[in-house]
Design a protein around this ligand. Structure first.
Ligand code: M3L
Ligand code: AKG
Length: 490
């Protein structure tokens, strides 16, 4: 069924449409038991109308979207304009006349159908004595009109005037669940075999990471090979100056205190990179009294230490992993110490990694530095499923490693006392018993990790995964397996 309404008749048709929908819904509502009504009542197609600049879509009597003509033409998803395999634009955006207008617009079951005039010069056929100048306008239009179909779900998801809230299920699935030390009672955990055997298990693991900022994997064989295979279920490993898949112990084989046995306070890694790694996977392979003593292999990827011999580390030996939800702590800081929050969100802090200067060189963000709390303007919290109560700023990254922080040589003198007060407050919250959880794979943009000092021979392995690579995998799995239906915006 096609509803093609020209602007001049819009109001009468709109009234008829609203009356029809209301009557339909009233009739349907009357004849259907609760729960079935919504779907039946609204099986009509969205209505459309257009003016000289835009097409308006009526999703229901209260919800409308407006799309500029050139935006619609630019976003045609037919195989001529958009490569069906590579999902890349083939159309030359810059050939679209800024004032392009549809020849017709109609609502069909497949979506909004728009017929466009050609804007490339018509290919006149010289054998027919044709030339661009003598092609009849109607022939030219008819021969080279272009049809675009915009699926309703795609159109709704990409509505920009207004932005449409993500559906509840999607928001819930992406909602961040902030936690403190009580997470220890029931930490997010998935089984290794589930992650390895199919994408459903992998989706569960990645969804947990997105919601909690970390997730244990139980039952991982205590070998570097199995751990590396597990890491690659997410994406390729991100290589850094510490190598690709790393195994490390306290031998200073790399110029970093991670390769010692000292305690490391809650921190995120790579604060000296423009783009710190997104995920960091840790798996404790063994921790024994001495290098040659009996092998008490530990299964660090398992949840909190178990009473059996596969615990993560023997409390007496130390080396226990610490986790802190930086978003949870930041929410407390924002609530109780807004000035400190503002300072951590604005002061640019330089960081460096110079322990491998003779091989990899010196990593440093001294010229720019980045705030400890990084935000992204978002049009509404529901867009990102974030808990932020501010409609404009969403916390997206915690970047904190006090050991790797460089000399503060560009801090305005007046800010020095305030900065130290702010990081002292931040540190006190990070280290409060309510925040700390002694774990695996963490979102390195959110969850800070550390370890207690230890003695004995301790072998840890793991890998970094890029944030874009993690998110790409999760989006792909969701589109294929999840509840999000049509693709988001490509
Ligand atoms: C994880 N691994 C042991 C390979 C390297 C650790 C590097 C730690 C560095 N101080 C940072 O915070 O980025
Ligand atoms: O040894 C550990 O448990 C963690 C080391 C660490 O914090 C790091 O490599 O960034």
């Amino acid at each position: 069924m096609s509803v093609n309404v020209q602007p001049e008749r819009w109001s009468r048709a709109a009234r008829t449409w609203v009356q029809r929908r209301t009557a339909a819904s009233a009739a349907t509502l009357a004849s259907k038991p609760p729960g079935e009504q919504d779907h039946e009542a609204w099986e009509d197609l969205p209505i459309n109308s257009m003016d000289e600049n835009r097409v308006a879509i009526g999703w229901d009597t209260r919800t409308w979207s407006r799309f500029h003509h050139q935006w619609l033409r630019d976003h045609c998803r037919c195989s001529e304009c958009f490569h069906p395999t590579t999902m890349q634009r083939l159309l030359n955006t810059f050939e679209i006349p800024p004032g392009i207008q549809p020849i017709s617009v109609s609502s069909t079951r497949q979506g909004l159908k728009v017929i466009w005039p050609s804007f490339a010069t018509a290919d006149a056929d010289p054998d027919l004595g044709e030339s661009p100048s003598n092609l009849k306008k109607s022939e030219r239009k008819r021969e080279h009109e272009h049809e675009s179909i915009y699926p309703w779900e795609w159109l709704r998801k990409n509505s920009y005037d207004p932005r449409m809230p993500r559906d509840e299920e999607e928001v819930l699935e992406k909602k961040k669940i902030l936690w403190g030390s009580r997470i220890a009672q029931s930490p997010p955990t998935v089984a290794y075999e589930d992650v390895m055997k199919g994408d459903k298990g992998l989706l569960k693991w990645l969804t947990n990471i997105e919601q909690f900022g970390f997730c244990f994997v139980s039952g991982v064989p205590p070998t570097a090979e199995a751990t590396e295979e597990l890491s690659r279920r997410i994406a390729f490993i991100r290589e850094t100056q510490y190598g690709r898949f790393w195994e490390f112990t306290s031998d200073l084989s790399k110029g970093d205190t991670a390769y010692t046995s000292i305690a490391l306070g809650a921190h995120t890694d790579n604060t000296y990179f423009t783009d710190p790694c997104g995920l960091q996977l840790f798996h404790l392979l063994s921790h024994t009294e001495t290098a040659d003593s009996g092998d008490s292999t530990a299964d660090a990827a398992s949840p909190t230490p178990k009473s059996s011999n596969t615990n993560t580390s023997h409390p007496s030996l130390g080396g226990t992993t610490l986790l802190v939800d930086g978003f949870y702590v930041a929410s407390i800081l924002r609530e109780l110490h807004p000035e400190a929050y503002e300072i951590l969100s604005s002061v640019r802090v330089p960081a460096h990694a110079a322990g491998e200067k003779h091989t990899s060189g010196i990593y440093s963000t001294a010229e720019t530095g980045f705030p400890i709390l990084q935000h992204f303007p978002s049009t509404s919290p529901s867009d990102t499923g974030s808990n932020s109560d501010s409609p404009t700023q969403t916390l997206t990254q915690v970047r904190w490693n006090n050991d790797d922080r460089s000399a503060l040589s560009s801090l305005p003198p007046s800010l020095v006392p305030k900065f130290y007060n702010a990081i002292r407050t931040w540190h006190s919250l990070l280290t409060s018993p309510d925040s700390e959880y002694w774990a695996v794979i963490v979102d390195n943009w959110r969850v800070l990790h550390g370890r207690s000092a230890f003695r004995g021979a301790r072998r840890m392995c793991g890998a970094y995964i890029g944030m874009d690579d993690f998110k790409a995998k999760l989006r792909g799995l969701r589109e294929r397996l999840g509840k999000c239906g049509a693709s988001d915006g490509w």
